[in-house]
Design a protein around this ligand. Structure first.
Ligand code: MLT
Length: 419
């Protein structure tokens, strides 16, 4: 191989050019031209102007605004607007945006009939991804190349209808009728109303709960190009419609290594509680994971080598919300014990195994009355503006269809021998 005038020697064997077995590691180390990076772990494989993340320093910004400030001062819809359109809205722009969302919160009754066919024990993420995908069938101009561009309306529909659809699975699991949206309420309160109001009593949304939810959704609104977001961009890069692309993102988020992690955290804390709540024993097991087989969920993060900035905010929010609501959750004590170990035990400190956002979010969701199997659904509602912004950016930039470069590592040519 000759690169920039230099010749590199590699062992080759029989086969076509593409099948020639070259030592990839040598090739990478010597020429620097090829990197195998399964899952785009370390390469700057793509670019974006939406979210800045510095894993070393523990910094996260949406369109230049710090996550700390937004979580404290903004509404979730302001952040959604910022992510999708690039700037914070003026008062007039915000009111127009919010109004458009309010008038689209209802969901086609035929979608309800699809929903009715799901079994009562269906996982809410399976239901959510299916129904979001079904939206493309209800809005066929979303996949009609010749239709006048109605992307803006599809974006509004997604933001407006996702919370409505998300509440249905919970209602079904309780044997309760679904609640129609109450559009005089703000975004978070409307969701809480649809989740928890019963026809037999006058449900009032607790402002503490609504504010906490607003914060949680903002903290989850975008996190640059991770598993689900890259999926949304990749699916959308084939010019697949926005509903299908977002549905694919929801599926990617479902996995326990991604959005499903906070469910795993709560289940882990519950298991520890059921086993007597001996935190020290589990800290030891975590240190000896190879022999104990115990996996500590909610600690460490692929990009954060420092504290996950969202975890700091969410930890404080968890303390505040639980105190304000007077919730005394025994798993919180266990969580605090594990956190103590993470912050002071040299094993965790040297490995920079800090609790991440998933470690605390489940604890707050639980305090707000959200069932464990809905945690990832809450993540999806929060992440929706980020996915939309990333999809829109990819389409606006006219990015080519995604096609990871593959290096073949399989068998060399061989003759077929009949059985
Ligand atoms: C997220 O917020 O999506 C998670 O922290 C996963 C990630 O970004 O890698």
């Amino acid at each position: 191989l000759i690169v920039e005038g230099k010749t590199y020697e590699f062992p080759t064997i029989e086969g076509s050019e593409k099948e020639k077995a070259i030592d990839i590691n040598t090739l990478r180390d010597t020429t620097g031209y090829i990197t195998i990076d399964s899952g785009y772990k370390n390469t700057g494989a793509t670019k974006s102007a939406i979210t800045f993340l510095d894993g070393e320093e523990g910094i996260l910004r949406y369109r230049g605004y710090s996550i700390e400030e937004l979580a404290e001062k903004a509404t979730f819809l302001e952040v959604a607007y910022l992510l999708i359109y690039g700037e914070l809205p003026t008062q007039a722009e915000y009111e127009a945006f919010e109004h458009k969302i309010r008038i689209h919160t209802m969901v086609n009754e035929d979608m309800r009939r699809i929903f009715d066919g799901f079994p009562v024990n269906a996982h809410p993420m399976g239901v959510l991804s299916s129904l979001v995908s079904a939206m493309s069938a209800f809005y066929p101009d979303s996949y009609d190349e010749k239709a006048p561009d109605s992307t803006e309306l599809h974006i509004i529909r997604l933001l407006a209808k996702l919370p409505t659809i998300a509440t249905w699975s919970f209602k079904k699991s309780q044997g309760h009728p679904v609640n129609y949206p109450k559009n005089e309420l703000d975004y978070c309160s409307n969701f809480l109303h649809m989740m928890f109001a019963l026809p037999v009593e006058d449900y009032k949304v607790d402002p503490v709960v609504s504010k906490a939810l607003n914060k949680l959704l903002i903290l989850h609104a975008d996190h640059e190009q991770n598993c689900s977001t890259s999926t949304v961009r990749l699916v959308g890069s084939s010019k697949a419609n926005i509903y299908s692309s977002i549905s694919a993102g929801i599926c990617a988020l479902w996995g326990p290594l991604h959005g499903g992690a906070n469910q795993e955290v709560i289940e882990m804390l519950e298991d520890i509680k059921a086993d007597g709540g001996d935190v020290a024993k589990y800290v030891d097991m975590a240190k000896n994971a190879k022999t104990s087989g115990f996996r500590l969920f909610g600690f460490g993060h692929r990009v954060y080598k420092n504290f996950d900035p969202r975890a700091k905010i969410i930890k404080k929010a968890a303390d505040d919300v639980l105190a304000k609501l007077g919730v005394n959750d025994p798993v919180l004590e266990i969580a605090k014990g594990l956190e103590e170990a993470a912050l002071h035990d040299p094993y965790f400190v040297s490995r920079r195994l800090y609790p991440n956002v998933d470690f605390y979010s489940g604890i707050i969701y639980r305090a707000l009355g959200i069932p464990t199997n809905m945690f990832t659904v809450m993540f999806a509602i929060g992440r929706l503006p980020g996915w939309i912004a990333q999809w829109k950016e990819m389409r606006t930039n006219k990015e080519p269809i995604g096609r990871p470069r593959q290096i073949y590592t399989g068998a060399t040519p061989r003759d077929f021998v009949p059985m």
